[in-house]
Ligand binder design. Sequence first.
Ligand code: HEC
Ligand code: HEC
Length: 325
Amino acid sequence: MHVTRYLKYIMIVILPFCGHAIAEPLSTPDYDNIEWPNDDPASAEMIELGKMLFFDPRLVPDENQSCASCHDPDMGFSDGVALDVKHNGKNDKRNSPSIVNLAFSPIIHWDGRSRSLEHQAFKSMGKRGVNTTFIPKIKKIKWYQDKMQTLFPDTGFTQTNMATAIGAFERSLISNNASFDKYLKGNKAALTPSAKRGLELFEGKGRCIACHDGATFSDYSFHNIGVNSTDKGRGGRVDDKTLIGAFKTPGLRNVWLTAPYMHNGSIPSLEGVIQFYNRGGDKAENRSKLIKPLHLTRQEELDLVAFLAALTDTVVVERPTIPWN
Ligand code: HEC
Ligand code: HEC
């Protein structure tokens, strides 16, 4: 057996007993790693259709919300409020996450309840839709009819095909050219001295990289970090008590743009998030052993914030003109 394969085999056997996996190095997202359904990258026309649907306020009921109402490109594809008001006037119990770089995410939703972007899109039309009156309304529009006919000549205008198009648009939202990426490419001046110290803390004393690793700063796993909340998170989805209060590790690219933070939007600023980690989280019950007081100085807290800010590369999407008839 080749030596590296032998080592890999040993790691696979030993790792489950180590409590957590070895962190992947921080890197720049690579288009080649996008997971396309059936390994088939979407055409520009498919992405254009998905974008139109995403911005169309007829997709989510009462004709007053589009996907973009809560995933607003001007707000890092989030919406700036802790919890959204749904069409029925009730509050959502979770914070609306950014949908940038989900092309790389094998886990969809804070509690991982969705199989894929297409599955999520299908459900958020249907469930939030309660009724499905949105389909006949959109079906009447000539622009959509033409696109659907060209792109789906066999199956035509279905909710599944609409979801396919939305998934394609979402996969096109990639953020990979932040100051940090320029730094990784060799431009050592791309990070301020404070952000450089922040990077060192992120990988060292702060232990952030234990969970926020790789190209998108997520291990795509679930952890309870001690946020004050009664939401069961992943533990409400699977029969495993250790996952009560555990949520998907969110990616951190563009996090500067998407306050407030955490699954319930309970922390208003990045500075607040760092202070939360510095005190070792809030709620002790079932909290991950990786979360402990960090003893960061005030300067170190600010350095970590400076590093997170250096992960910003805004994804610019122009709002399309919606075809009304
Ligand atoms: C009323 C606000 C609202 C609207 C409208 C809305 N969303 Fe969301 N979206 C949310 C919230 C809140 C969550 C987090 C829910 C959770 O994870 O439990 C979410 C989660 C998601 C996720 C998963 C993100 C992740 O990090 O895993 C995707 C993808 C998404 N929405 C796409 C859409 C699409 C597509 C539409 C339109 C069909 C849409 N959303 C409409 C509020 C909204
Ligand atoms: C044990 C794994 C783990 C460690 C260690 C960790 N995080 Fe997190 N992080 C998470 C999870 C899980 C969430 C979401 C938790 C929730 O909402 O309940 C999160 C949320 C965040 C958020 C909010 C993101 C958003 O979109 O709402 C930021 C910012 C963040 N972490 C930065 C850091 C920094 C900086 C460090 C190091 C000081 C760190 N994290 C250490 C797992 C971790």
